[in-house]
Structure formats: C-alpha cells, structure tokens
Write a protein that binds this ligand. Structure first.
Ligand SMILES: C[S@@+](CC[C@H](N)C(=O)[O-])C[C@H]1O[C@@H](n2cnc3c(N)ncnc32)[C@H](O)[C@@H]1O
Length: 307
C-alpha cells in the first residue's frame, strides 16, 4: 500500500510501517537535520516543505498517489511539560486533517501525545476526518504493552474511508500484551547495568530506574547525574550505595526507543537526542501498522461476504 509519512522526523513511524509491509514512498519533514537523518536510513524522497502551507503540501503529496497517510504532527503545545496552552503548533494537527481530507487516501494513521486526545485542535481535526467520510478508531496506547520497553503513552487515531467508528478497537485490545515489557525483557541479560539515571523534570519525581521495569518516556534531552542529586524515596536504588549508576547513552536511548543498533544518526548529539525523544518507538509503530493491516483485511472480507 503506497504510504506517505508527514512530520516524519528521523523516521520511527515510517520504519514500523515499512517493517509491516507498507510501501513508504515519500516523507515530509521541514527540519533539515531530521530530513538528512531520514535520508540516511531510507531510499525514498524526503521533502522539506512546510506542511502548514496546506495547499502547497497537498499538491506535492498528491503526486505520490498515497493510499495511506501516516504522521505525528508536533506535540509541544499539548505536552504535559508545556504551558498547557494550545498555540500555533497545535494547528498542525488540523493541517494534517485538512491534507488527509483533500487527498482522501483509503486510510490514515495519526499519532500524538496522550493529551492531544482531549484538545480543541483534535476536536476540530476529528470533525474534518468525519466530514471527509472516515470511520475512526481512537486509542491511547502504552508502548510497553506494544512490544517496546518503555512506558510511553501515545494517542493514536486511525481512519478508514467509509469504515465504522471503532473498527480496530477489538483488534487492538486482543493484541496488547498482558504485562508491560521491561528493559531486561527486551535486551535480555546482555545489559551492562542494572540501574540507570533519567534526569527528572523536577526533584519531586524519581530519577533512578531498574532494568526490571519499563523505562520512563525517553524525552528530547539527556543529562548526566548532577553533582548535588538529592535522591528520591522511590528511586530504584540509592546512588549513595551505587555510585556507578549513570545516565543512558544516546545509543542506549535509541535502542530503548526500539531503533535498530545500525540506525544512522545524523547531526550533533543534541540533535540526535531530540530526534530520539520526538520519535514514535519503532515497535509501537509496528503495532499500529499491523493493527491497520488487520483492520483493512477484515474490512475487505466483510465486503466479500456481503457481495
Ligand atoms: C513528533 S516529531 C515526528 C516524529 C516521527 N513521527 C518519528 O516517528 O520519528 C514532529 C516533526 O514535525 C516536524 N515539523 C514541525 N513543523 C513542521 C512543519 N510545519 N512542516 C513539516 N514538518 C514539521 C518537526 O521538525 C519534527 O521532526
């Protein structure tokens, strides 16, 4: 199925869909470093067009004749960390919906932070999708129940032209793992550490995690253990007793985001950390892609039996 990825970043979503057999033919990403990183890992073209210019974007995307449009519009304005104000960027969710409604591919998959689900921008996007004839499945997925060793919650909206609302709900529920994937489950016993440090947003939150639990969300910044780290009662171990505990490396964070070890990172370390933090875990993307594939197969079989 011909697929185009919008707001593609370094390509986490694309990689998951490609692994599930979708034919990704083009990507759109206006940050030159992320576009370069994407190009280093995929063979199809990446356009640096600004997708907020919907008319220009539609003309360019239409040339790929996509049957599926996927994308994760940027989420800073919805994110827990932000000021909880919906500003300009939230409108990119609407831009995604307008692009989909004008091109009318057979289906689409949109990913965003959990909070986006209840945002005004998504309410407006939902109306645009519905007016364009899409049946929708909306769900918050925890990546650790979808094969990634990370407690990262993401809102996913799938659409199929002419479908029923909730068309994929049962498929999703039947495929979520019963227990979350831990870091040790994913990497096995090859890990060189038992505990690691993830810098908290503030010291009311813990910062030390064990490999026997899912990792916390990999954000776009990575800091070493600060000299005066005061500790937290819920830390998985005390740094006073285990001074060897360190922050994860960029490569380790990428692998917790379930990128393969040979994925090529372009730009500075700060750029790579940002792209890693922005990305959809590849395993979560695969889960969403497989869900959509199964839903499309189901829709086709229903069509056949009612002919
Ligand atoms: C949440 S990240 C996407 C991550 C990607 N789905 C992945 O799995 O790696 C959003 C991306 O949208 C890009 N972006 C933001 N505004 C844009 C615009 N107006 N046009 C095109 N890309 C834009 C950002 O540079 C960022 O890389």
């Amino acid at each position: 199925m011909r697929t185009v990825d919008l707001f593609a970043g370094c390509g986490g979503l694309s990689l998951g869909f490609a692994r599930q057999g979708f034919n990704v033919v083009g990507a759109f990403e206006f940050w030159p470093t992320a576009a370069a990183c994407y190009r280093a890992n995929f063979d199809h073209p990446v356009s640096e067009t600004d997708l907020s210019n919907v008319d220009a974007a539609v003309a360019e995307i239409r040339a790929f004749s996509p049957e599926l449009i996927i994308g994760g519009p940027p989420c800073q304005d919805f994110s827990q960390a932000g000021k909880r104000v919906e500003a300009e960027r939230a409108n990119l969710t609407e831009c995604f919906a307008r692009i989909v409604s004008e091109i009318r591919p057979r289906c689409f998959a949109m990913e965003n932070v959990e909070r986006a689900r209840l945002s005004k921008a998504f309410a407006s996007a939902r109306k645009i999708f519905k007016d364009a004839g899409y049946g929708l499945t909306e769900m918050v997925l925890d990546a650790s129940r979808c094969g990634a060793p990370q407690k990262r919650k993401r809102f996913v909206c799938l659409g199929i032209q002419g479908g029923e609302d909730g068309f994929a709900t049962e498929i999703i529920e039947s495929r979520l793992s019963k227990t979350p994937t831990t870091v040790r489950d994913y990497f096995g016993d090859s890990l060189p550490f038992e505990y690691y440090y993830r810098h908290p947003r503030n010291y009311n939150r813990r910062a030390v995690f064990s490999v026997d639990e899912p990792a916390p969300t990999m954000r776009g910044v990575n800091r070493p253990v600060p000299k005066g780290y005061p500790g937290h009662p819920n830390d998985a171990c005390s740094l006073a007793e285990r001074p060897e505990v360190r922050a994860l490396t960029t490569a380790e964070r990428a692998q917790i985001q379930t990128f393969p070890a040979d994925f090529r990172w372009i730009g500075t370390k700060t750029d790579a950390e940002q792209m890693i933090g922005n990305a959809v875990p590849v395993k979560l993307a695969e889960f969403v892609a497989e869900t959509l594939r199964l839903a499309l197969e189901k829709a086709e079989n229903v069509g056949k039996t009612t002919e």
